[in-house]
Design a protein around this ligand. Sequence first.
Ligand code: 13P
Length: 320
Amino acid sequence: MQETVQKLLVEGKGLLAADESTKTISNRFETLGLTSTPELNKKYREMLFTTQGIENYISGVILFDESVRQDLHKILESKGVVPGIKVDEGLESFNNTPEQITKGLETLDIRLKEYAEMGMRFAKWRGVFKITDMYPSKDFYDENLGRMAKYAKIAQENGIVPIVEPEVLLEGNHTTTRCSETLDSTLKILFEKLNSEGVDLKNLIVKTSMALPGPDSGVKALPLEVANATLRALKRSVPPEVPGVVFLSGGQTPDEATSNLNEIVKLKGDSPWVLTFSFSRALQNEAMETWTGKDENTAKAQQVFIKRLETVSKAAKGEL
Ligand code: 13P
C-alpha cells in the first residue's frame, strides 16, 4: 500500500476521476444529445485514456466497475498510471429525512478481493453532506462517516489504499465560512471514526471539496478566500500522518477549480500533506463537449484534454 501511495502522490500530478456511475454518465451524455451505452462509454473513456502524454500529469485514475470489465485499466497500466475503483454503491435515503447516505458495505469485502485480483490498487468511497439550516444532522454524521471508516478498514485489509471522500455539496445559500466549518466538522468526525476502526492513516488518501459559498448566496469567492477557508478546515482536522489530500471539482467550472487549486497550493505553507487534484468534471467537461460522440472529433478532444491537464498540473504546483 505504501508503494501505491508513493506512486499516486507525485509532485505536479493528480488523479482523474473517471468513475461516473451508469446513471451519472447517462446524464452527462444526455446534455450533449448522446445516449449512454456500454460501447459508447468505452469509446469515450478510451479517447481519454489513450491521449498521448496523460501519464505526465496523471498518476492514477478512478474507474467504474463497467470500465474494469471492459479492460480499460490495461491502457492505464501500460502507461504506468495506477488504476483504482469506485466501490460505494451510491446513495439511499436516511431515516426518511432529506439526507442521503452512502451504501455498499454488505458486499464490499468480496468485491474488493475481486478488484485486487484484477489489478486495482486503490479504491474510493464517496459520502455527501448537504448544508442547510438543519443539516447535516448529528445522527447522519455518525452513520455516514462510520460506514466510510468501515470501508477504509476493509480496503486496507485487502491491501487496497482507501480514498475517503466526504463531499460537502456546493448547492445551497451558505457562506464560505459555513462551508469551511462544515468541512472541518465532517473531517474531524471522520478521523474519530477512522481511529476507532484502527485505520492506518499513513496508507490513506483524503478526497475533499473546497470551501466555497453556495451558488444561491449570490456571492462569488475569490481564490484567495477559497484557499484560506479550505486550508483552515484542513489544518484543524486532518492529522499530519495523512500523506495526501486531493480535491474534487464539485460543479465548479474548469477554470474556477484550476485557479482555486493553484491558490490553495500557493498558500499551503508548511502543511504536511501533498495537495493535488482528483477532478472529474473540471478535467473532462471540455473534452467531452469537443468529442460529442464523433470519431472525427477524437484528436481535437484529446488536444483539449491534454491542455487542461497541463494547466491543472501547473496549478498543483502553484505555478499559474
Ligand atoms: P467532480 O470533480 O466532478 O466533483 O467529481 C469528482 C468525484 O470523484 C466525485 O465523486
